[in-house]
Design a protein around this ligand. Sequence first.
Ligand SMILES: O=C(O)CCC(=O)C(=O)O
Ligand SMILES: [Fe+2]
Length: 209
Amino acid sequence: MRGISPSGPVTPNLSESFYRDVLQEYASRIKKIRDLVLRSIAKLLEIDEDYFVNQISNKAPGFARFNYYPPCPRPDLVLGLRAHSDGGLLTILFNDDTVGGLQVQRDGRWYNVPAKPHTLLINLADCLEIMNNGIFTSPVHRVVTNVEKDRLSLAVFYAVDAEMMLEPAPGLLDDKRPPRYKKMVAKDFVAGLFEHFRQGKRFIDTLKI
Ligand SMILES: O=C(O)CCC(=O)C(=O)O
Ligand SMILES: [Fe+2]
């Protein structure tokens, strides 16, 4: 998938339909990984194995985004992508295997995610954090720039239907485990996400009870 030269991205002379076919093939393969991960999380939480998979209706959107980070002479001043958590259900990230840059935050510290060949990185995202009532959380991450090398990544974001009510799975709630997030219609959540991202804040934090 990679086409990078020291002077910038190379666009091989391949047709639009070739890219479409490759992306469609990729999307259909990673969908199986998405469902496997969602089922595994449900199993770990001891709820109906299909609970999260069933939250993805035919109307639920999925987006692919190619990120290109050119070399930057001042990584100390410029980020490739500012700190955020992904807003949807799950993100599958296909990272450049030769250049690092992705960092994950934990307890206020940043950790480098190693660049590894043949590796997909799966991010649990905000909607899934709400649905699992905060047992598994959506990690804050960012991308730092590199003086010499450019970098590519492909992120596929799986979201939920815009009209869906976002709320913790009923199977995870009882008298001792009350909901930790306020309910919200998914489209209102998405609208809030972008507004908060611009301000460098996380919308999900405003929904915590
Ligand atoms: O480029 C990366 O490694 C991360 C991209 C990312 O976090 C995003 O697109 O939301
Ligand atoms: Fe992200």
